[in-house]
Write a protein that binds this ligand. Structure first.
Ligand SMILES: C[S@@+](CC[C@H](N)C(=O)[O-])C[C@H]1O[C@@H](n2cnc3c(N)ncnc32)[C@H](O)[C@@H]1O
Length: 218
């Protein structure tokens, strides 16, 4: 007997490896609340929280399709929606997604695993985006061993001339060497790399990378 598609997806997700973010939440159930509170405190203190959104916005025509992969509270995707883009966010943390839906009700917030997610258009082809973004250390919080599948899945949902923008700390578990391997496997290449969201130069001493990526030319 054939399984309906939703049953297969449910099965795949229920079999997903625990992400490092989920593991941290298991050890500290206050993690999501603290994350939400930390940004609320920074906002109240008048801190500039939109460096990532400005960087991405500068790459795009108006009304572009943007996928915020590992969106958390939607703080970056929501700001891009405010700047007129059509935003979809994906995350596994229900508490953070609830906050995203509350703060940015006009965008689409989806509960799926980045290593297995599928968004399809009306012809059941992968839905594609002019920009896919991973901000705030999404890759270092994936389940161990899933980064290649995640990067390939992101590439599958990237428009032909789309841009993938990934920023993460190089001081955590996910290394630059692994990142470069994952990009090669997904046939993605660097357009540019920086050490900060305001585009400071990247060097071998940098502890953070902002990678601007596109499909490799064939
Ligand atoms: C540090 S938070 C960053 C959230 C947001 N991008 C930001 O900049 O505020 C990392 C996020 O990655 C998400 N994440 C990690 N692995 C994931 C996976 N396999 N699928 C979906 N989301 C994942 C976590 O649930 C968490 O919300």
């Amino acid at each position: 007997m054939a399984f309906p598609c939703f049953a297969l997806r449910f099965y795949a997700q229920s079999m997903s490896e625990e992400t490092l973010w989920q593991k941290q939440s298991r050890n500290n159930p206050q993690q999501a609340k603290n994350y939400i509170q930390a940004f609320a405190t920074l906002r109240t203190a008048g801190k500039d929280l939109h460096g990532e959104a400005r960087f991405v916005d500068a790459l795009l025509q108006r009304n572009a399709r943007v996928l915020d992969a590992g969106c958390g509270t939607g703080r970056v995707g929501g700001e891009l929606a405010r700047r007129s883009h059509r935003v979809t966010g994906i995350d596994l943390d229900v508490e953070l997604l609830t906050q995203a839906r509350e703060d940015f009700p006009d965008s689409r917030w989806v509960h799926q695993d980045l290593s297995t997610f599928e968004l399809n258009d009306n012809d059941l082809e992968p839905e594609v985006f002019e920009a896919i973004i991973c901000t705030g250390n999404v890759l270092p919080f994936l389940a161990p061993g899933t980064s290649e599948a995640v990067v390939q899945n992101l590439a599958r949902h990237l428009a032909e001339d789309g841009r993938l923008v990934i920023g993460f700390s190089l001081e955590k578990t996910y290394s630059l060497i692994q990142f470069e391997k994952d990009l090669e496997a997904a046939q993605l290449g660097f357009v540019a790399r920086f050490s900060t969201w305001d585009m400071r130069e990247f060097s071998e001493d940098s502890d953070f990378i902002v990678a601007l990526l596109s499909r490799n030319a064939h």
